[in-house]
Structure formats: structure tokens, C-alpha cells
Design a protein around this ligand. Sequence first.
Ligand code: AP5
Length: 215
Amino acid sequence: MNLILLGAPGAGKGTQAFELSKILQIPHISTGDIFRDNIKRNTELGAIANSYISKGELVPDEITIGIVRDRLSQADCDKGFILDGFPRSIPQAEALERMLGESGRKIDWIINIVVDDDIIVERLSYRRVCPACGDTYHLKFNPAEGNMCKCGSQLVQRNDDRADVIRHRIEEYHKTTEPLVEFYRHRGKLLNVRSENSISESLQNTLYALGLKGI
Ligand code: AP5
């Protein structure tokens, strides 16, 4: 199954993609994670990406499209994949259709995770992440004991989870990414899934929408 998880910053794309990847046994591809990994390793791409991410702006389409093209050409994507955070603009969505078409593939479903803006701010402000294994926690909804990850590392707050940057990310989402909801609705593949309840209920909503209830 080839899936896209669409939704505002903090909607829960990463959290759900992590679980869906285990259930469906297909890779979870997060452009945000790829950028953060490059930032951590001080690569040239990381320096460029950081100059945008730290301000809550989108990394330019040509850079992001190239990264996804490379990743989707890897063998583990032959059996399916979950895209988390890509596409995020109409040009990215059009490029994705072209690159998949070239290899005889297509997207099966787009899961649009729907959450109100005030909930998003709370989810992002209290999010904590593990710099070692990438696991995600939440101070209220998914707390970690003693601010430590299960892998033993100290949790941190993401640089772009500061209040001023969160505001800008949400503005960018409404301006550039939200038009994708219409784009995919016209293609008849959009599944709207509300995610205002707990993490497990939200995941169940997604599984139900995909016809995978009971897993
Ligand atoms: P990226 O890492 O993709 O950030 P994002 O889209 O802003 O999404 P987040 O990771 O912040 O949130 P999420 O929806 O995954 O929520 P999560 O599951 O963590 O991208 C970062 C940056 O990279 C971008 O701003 C941009 O600059 C750049 N970038 C990336 N892709 C790009 C692209 N395609 N083009 C251009 N630039 C790009 O959940 C959030 C919190 O809520 C967690 O603490 C979690 O535990 C909690 N939570 C989740 N679900 C629930 C629930 N149902 N109930 C209660 N709590 C919940």
C-alpha cells in the first residue's frame, strides 16, 4: 500500500506513521526526519535545511523533491511506503505523481489528519523527542518517565517547537499545504480522519478509514 499522511504540523502524522509502518510492514518516510538527520550530521543539505526549518519555513521544492525521488527509488519501497510530511505543496504533489508514474506506481490513499489549530499548538508546545532514536513523547498525552526515552537518552524539545516558530509553521501550512486537500479530493483518494482524541483512538480512526479495522 502506498500512503500519504497529510495534516498540519503536530496533527500526529509522525506518531501514526510510526505505528502504521509496523502494522503494514512498509517504510515510514519523513522528510522532516531526513532533514533533521542531515542537520545532526552537519551535512551541506543539513545546513541548507536548517536555515529554513529554524524559521518555520518550507525547504525549497527542488531540494525536497530530489530527496524523495532518491528515497522512493530504494528497494524497500517496492512493497509500499508511507510518506509523512511530503508532499507539502502543489508542485511537490505534481512531481510525486510524475515520479511514481515513471515507475508504474501510484498513491493508494491520502490520509488527511484533521485537528483544530488550538490543539496543534498544545501538541507541539509539549512535544519532546529523543535525539538518539527519534521517538516522540508528549508531556501530557504520552509522558516519559524522568524526561528519559525508553532507549535511555535525555529527551529534548525540537528547535522549531518554539511558540513563534510554531505560529509561522501553522501559517505556512494553511497557505501552502492545505490546498492539497482539494487537490487530492478531486482525485477521489482522500480519507479525512479526525484526530482530536487519544493517540490510540486516532490510530483506530485511521485503520478504520483504510478498511483495516480490528488490526
Ligand atoms: P516535519 O518534521 O514533517 O514537521 P511537521 O509537518 O511540522 O510535523 P510535526 O513533525 O511537527 O508533527 P506531526 O504531525 O508528525 O505530529 P507528531 O506525531 O509528532 O517537518 C519539519 C520541517 O522540515 C518543516 O517545518 C519544514 O521546514 C521542513 N520540511 C519537511 N518536509 C518538507 C517538505 N515536504 N517540503 C518543504 N519543507 C519540508 O505529534 C505531535 C505531538 O502530539 C507529539 O508530542 C505526540 O506525542 C502528540 N500526539 C500525536 N497524536 C496525538 C493524539 N491523537 N492525541 C494526543 N497527542 C497526540
